[in-house]
Design a protein. Structure first.
Length: 130
């Protein structure tokens, strides 16, 4: 009887972990799509640029998640590594853009972006931007 109970508990835990992993992936995909939509709107990306930008954003998101989960690094090391990933993604994105789009990206990067920091309605900036 204990064996069956243990098997049932293990099955439930495995199912729960699968659901959590799927939700994390869905949330990650939603974040990438949200950022792609915003960049497409702000920069007037072509469909080809959108496809490549989505790949860049997905790689950035995946790298950021890996860094944030790496408990062997200090908080400052994590932030530094994430900043490096952002710079690399920006560099890759700029290779896709024409001069007008680069100018728009420069302008966009100067503005606060509460929608990228958990404030989905973007009605008020997050405290970090005040």
């Amino acid at each position: 009887m204990n064996r069956n109970r243990l098997l049932a508990i293990a099955t439930i835990l495995l199912a729960a972990l699968t659901v959590v992993a799927q939700q994390a992936t869905t949330s990650s995909d939603a974040t990438v799509q949200q950022r792609l939509n915003l960049l497409t709107e702000k920069l007037d990306l072509t469909s080809g640029q959108q496809a490549r930008t989505k790949t860049i954003l997905r790689q950035l998101n995946d790298a950021t998640q890996r860094i944030m989960q790496d408990e062997s690094m200090s908080r400052d090391e994590r932030m530094s590594n994430i900043r490096t990933c952002h710079y690399q993604a920006d560099k890759e994105l700029r290779l896709l853009l024409n001069d007008d789009q680069k100018r728009k990206l420069d302008q966009f990067e100067e503005e606060p972006h509460p929608e990228f920091h958990g404030n989905a309605n973007a009605a008020t900036p997050s405290p970090a931007h005040n």
